[in-house]
Design a binder for this molecule. Structure first.
Ligand code: ZN
Ligand code: ZN
Length: 157
């Protein structure tokens, strides 16, 4: 086996990493999205469908979008939070996670974002939760990395 983890342990290093898809559980080579190619394509299809709906005249509550596009509500919410959808001139769909004010995308309203950015500058104690998707590292991915790195090191000698 090739040593495909040249930067193991270096933050930001480019390393090929095998992960389990959080949607379907299949093993795939992680590039930039935490999804296997099939689920990534499905997600793109969802985004296209929802965006088309949002650009149309229909209402834009999560429920209405879900009914019209047949995309599960949780998926719509996570796509909105990730900023993958552009809500133009529709009623606001999400709530700020901090103060509950209606927002179009992301997790916080503008004023809460400013407050959080300020508090982050001062101390690292207040760290926002990772965005949906980033936190869903499959169990055992770290173990697999370490195992593989150990193997390649052993075969070097
Ligand atoms: Zn998948
Ligand atoms: Zn807020």
């Amino acid at each position: 086996m090739e040593r495909f983890l040249p930067n193991d342990g270096v933050p930001g290093g480019i390393a090929m990493e095998l992960r389990n898809c959080p949607e379907c559980g299949k093993l795939f080579a992680f590039l930039s999205r935490n999804l296997c190619p099939e689920c990534a394509a499905l997600e793109d299809e969802y985004v296209k469908r929802i965006q088309e709906y949002l650009d149309g005249p229909g209402g834009a509550t999560i429920k209405e979008i879900s009914d019209a596009t047949e995309v599960p509500e949780e998926k719509i919410i996570s796509l909105l939070r990730e900023g993958r959808l552009i809500v133009r001139g529709k009623a606001c769909l999400l709530e700020c996670e901090r103060c509950g004010k209606p927002i179009d995308s992301g997790r916080y309203c503008a004023s809460c974002r400013a407050i959080l950015a300020n508090s982050l500058k001062g101390s690292s104690a207040v760290s926002p939760k990772p965005m949906a998707g980033e936190e869903e590292r499959p169990q055992g991915w770290k173990k697999a990395r370490m195992h593989t790195a150990g193997l390649s090191r052993a075969s070097d000698r």
